[in-house]
Design a protein around this ligand. Sequence first.
Ligand code: GYE
Length: 359
Amino acid sequence: MRKSFLALTLAAVIGVGLLTGCGSDTPATETAPAAEEEKDVDEAPQADEEEAGDAEETGEAEKKDSGDKLVLGFAQIGQESGWRDGETNDVQWYAAQHTDTIDLVFADAQQKQENQIKAIRNFIDMGVDVIAFPPVVETGWEAVLTECQEAGIPVILVDRGVDESCADLYATQISSDFVWEGAQAADIVGDLLGGSGKVVELEGTVGASAANERKEGFDKELADNYPDIEIVDSQTGDFTRALGKEVMESFLKSYDDIDAVFAHNDDMALGAIEAIKEAGKKPGEDIKIVGCDGVKGAFEAMVAGEMNGTVECNPCLAEQIFETAAKLKAGETVDKWIVSNDGVFRQEDAEAELPNRTY
Ligand code: GYE
């Protein structure tokens, strides 16, 4: 009998390296080797994941009995970006630091909404105290969120939102303000281009709130304040470096006069840098590049003069997530939107800031 998706993907995530949280460089958890799709049941290493996986196999979840501990089910999207890995490490690191009070059940949905839904249903069957997840896209959550509500399990949306129809079905959202981020990026681009030029946009995952709202903020700010800057094309790179590069290659073939790129995350910006170099142009000079997230790689690219700016999006949410979850378990009400404090960084800030980056 082989493990179902939940256990396998969990094992794979746990295998990404020694865990460090955003607040510390201290390794917290020894990692198990990454599980591959074909590995047998016995090779899956983590107790919590095995419970989740067994539940899938039998169709019946084992109830979690963790005494007074806070049991949190976290249905991660996947591993599309350095930012996402930073968030995962922070959540797992924090839980590992607080094993006396916290029991984390972690699932990796491998970028699929159906897998996130399956994991959430599994958490309901296990009777976890609180469920937290970053909705990969905004729509399609009514049914499963209603099931959470009927089961009396509060839900924390982490780092992305859902559409208005689900507004009453979750307790709180802990995330950045993506419209603000997009507008900040537009101001950097507007400045760099002296108010006129041609821009291409690399969008995040289609249907994700982080993509929709960054686009909304960026496009509106340009239209309102930089009427001579034109967005000549805008396509999805799915928040990945590989697709960011591929889409940038096709932009470079279609347009020979691109002045700037706005990438909805730094991974796609780093992919665009590769494409620009391969096309014989100088990223950061011939074509200006601005991203979002504030990952280490973006700061390194800025120090190398190949990227011009990034708008931070804080993935270090673990402490807030677990503290909020504890309040919800205790029956307290919390703010509907807990907004992260993010910074804006330009090339000239990068060298001084690089040593401070934790993800
Ligand atoms: O910007 C990106 C990612 O939802 C805010 O998802 C998050 C985004 C982040 O993979 O890199």
